[in-house]
Design a protein around this ligand. Structure first.
Ligand code: DGP
Length: 115
């Protein structure tokens, strides 16, 4: 399932502002408006894929691309001591924005288990 209208599609179309740190033809990365760590960046596909569990085999290259963007953005953010990548998926996963996104969290020690 895809969804066209979320706050993230508005950010992609520049209809609402965001602190964008990376962009290419397939993806966008911007700072989370409610940071949960000193560094908290979201990486999203421009394609309106609602959630990870909706991904199809044809999304394989896109999903790999997003992970390599995570690596690049984390490096550029100076997260040399590690970081956490989170994909909240669906209701039990705690997903609130229905446009798939990867959270990059860093700049402090992460805890386990997560809440
Ligand atoms: P999740 O719970 O995984 O769906 O996370 C959604 C995240 O999106 C949450 O950490 C807050 C962030 N967020 C929501 N609205 C906006 C917005 O308008 N701008 C930015 N930059 N982040 C947003």
């Amino acid at each position: 399932m895809t969804t066209e209208e979320t706050i993230f599609s508005k950010i992609i179309r520049r209809e609402i502002p965001a602190d964008i740190v990376y962009e290419d033809e397939l993806a966008l990365a911007f700072k989370d408006v409610h940071p949960q760590a000193p560094v908290h960046i979201l990486v999203i596909p421009k394609k309106a894929l609602a959630k990870l569990s909706d991904a199809k085999p044809e999304d394989q290259a896109l999903l790999g691309h997003l992970l390599l963007i995570v690596k690049r953005v984390a490096q550029e953010a100076g997260l040399t001591n590690g970081y956490r990548v989170v994909i909240n998926t669906g209701d039990d996963g705690g997903q609130t924005v229905h446009h798939m996104h990867l959270h990059i969290l860093g700049g402090r020690q992460m805890l386990w288990p997560p809440g």
